[in-house]
Write a protein that binds this ligand. Structure first.
Ligand SMILES: *Cc1c(COP(=O)(O)O)cnc(C)c1O
Length: 453
């Protein structure tokens, strides 16, 4: 047993000069709380030497530092994955950030109609923009697209049958599985077709068999290749309409710009889906839209009205800062300046020559490595398998895993990729303002790992 007399009391420690200093600097409760925890740990452990009073107080200070230091902090994304879910998906435009700051700083018109001096709706701010951009009659914004899908099914399809192709029973990640969401909403799922083939007649049979709606779910993160077929959305709309059923479209990423203009596969656009006859569409705010996390629902006015009234709409409602940031992001599309103003579209549209010039500049600044061709990806549950040609700075290192760990430990962590045992850095996802910090981090850490091969 340890001699308990060696462990000082809280009071005696607080009376030491650095004890009262800690109390002055931080809250009394915080200091005493940490002190008690440390003393308890010392009591519990048989093998440790009890530090002197000042030593214990130094431990308190170090723990308070750790506890109060933010953990959600910036990183430099040099992976070339534009929508990296683990790295926060879409960085926001300057205008979106300014709008969010303003909404957070002061009272605002979130639910207040200043002209009439009466209560308003938080939905008006984005709805007028979404309807204009998509051609839909009405819209609402909720917390995220997973919530949007659950809300749509709960409000419109509870106790009713929903036809879905077996090729679309997807898991998005984070345990969002379409069959589970369907079950949670109270809708009855009618699986039709096969993994690779679903025909219009499968949908028609389901409608004859009592389906109240068809849902199309975007296969966000996988690709079925080979012998595959499925009817286009306009055909589904026609079939649904003929049976007085609804056509629901979970677009996943959702985009207002044509991805095929950037050398990638054409991703279904929101306005196309509405034009083709979807009654309700939903998509994310922070995927290809390039805004804050949100779920956007657009479609027929009477259906949107029903959705707005469902209790889940309140449970999933979006915050004022989200709405402010999303409205600013949507405005970029309206003004035709999305490609210039929205960071992810700046990255997607960055000409490959510009990427190469930046990689060459990095090579020059470091006086090391090679500039090699490679591929950037969109990621974040959009355009699976699609890549953009890019140029990478490739650094030969003697221990690539340790080097990567070193970079992750930098003041602003740098996240890169490993290709053939080398550390590679893709300029496409590194924003101009981050370049100085990236080069400083590489200049500081690379020399110790540098090899010729
Ligand atoms: C990403 C995605 C979701 C979930 O969207 P979040 O905004 O991340 O909640 C739902 N459905 C599809 C098809 C998706 O790609």
């Amino acid at each position: 047993m340890k001699d308990q007399h060696l462990i000082p009391s809280v009071d005696s420690l607080l009376r030491l000069p650095s004890g009262s200093q800690l109390i002055n600097q931080y809250s009394h409760t915080l200091v005493v709380g940490q002190l008690r925890e440390i003393l308890q740990e010392l009591r519990d452990r048989q093998d440790v030497v009890i530090p002197a009073g000042e030593g214990i107080l130094a431990m308190v200070e170090s723990r308070i530092h750790t506890l109060t230091r933010p953990t959600l902090t910036p990183v430099i994304n040099a992976t070339g994955v534009i929508l990296h879910t683990n790295l926060g998906r879409a960085p926001l435009s300057a205008a979106a950030l300014a709008a969010m700051l303003q909404a957070g700083q002061s009272y605002n018109t979130l639910e207040y109609d200043v002209t009439a001096g009466v209560r308003g709706s938080r939905q008006v701010h984005c709805e007028r923009l979404v309807t204009r951009l998509s051609g839909a009659e009405a819209a609402l914004v909720v917390n995220n697209n997973a919530g949007a899908v659950l809300l749509i099914l709960s409000a419109l399809m509870k106790g009713k049958r929903v036809a879905i192709s077996r090729s679309q029973l997807v898991e998005i990640g984070g345990s969002f599985r379409v069959p589970d969401v369907m079950h949670q909403s109270g809708a009855h799922m009618m699986e039709i077709g096969t993994t690779n083939q679903v025909h219009l007649s499968d949908y028609e049979d389901a409608l004859t068999g009592g389906a109240a709606s068809i849902i199309r779910v975007h296969p966000s993160n996988f690709k079925i290749i080979g012998f595959t077929d499925q009817p286009v959305l306009a055909q589904l709309a026609k079939a649904a309409q003929a049976s007085n059923a609804l056509l629901l479209d979970d677009l996943g990423s959702g985009t207002f710009l044509d991805t095929s203009a950037y050398g990638m596969q054409h991703e279904s656009m929101v306005q196309e889906s509405i034009l083709d006859g979807a009654d309700i569409v939903s998509f994310s705010g922070d995927k290809l839209l390039g805004g804050p996390q949100a779920g956007i629902i657009a479609g027929k006015a009477e259906l949107i009205r029903k959705i707005k009234k469902h209790p889940l709409a309140r449970a999933l409602r979006a915050d004022k800062m989200t709405l402010a940031g999303l409205a600013a992001t949507l405005t970029h599309y309206l003004l035709g300046e999305a490609e210039q103003q929205i960071p992810i579209w700046r990255m997607i549209s960055m000409p490959v020559d510009v990427v190469r010039e930046r990689a060459l500049y990095w090579q020059d600044q470091l006086n090391a490595g090679e500039v090699v061709p490679g591929e950037s990806t969109v990621g974040g549950g959009s355009l699976p398998g699609e890549t953009l040609p890019t140029w990478l700075l490739s650094l030969p290192v003697n221990s690539v895993d340790r080097f990567m760990k070193q970079l992750r430990g930098a003041e602003v962590p740098v996240i890169a990729r490993i290709v053939d045992g080398r550390a590679v850095f893709d300029p496409r996802t590194v924003q101009k303002e981050e370049e100085g910090m990236l080069l400083a981090t590489l200049n500081k850490n690379y020399p110790a790992y540098r090899t010729s091969k």
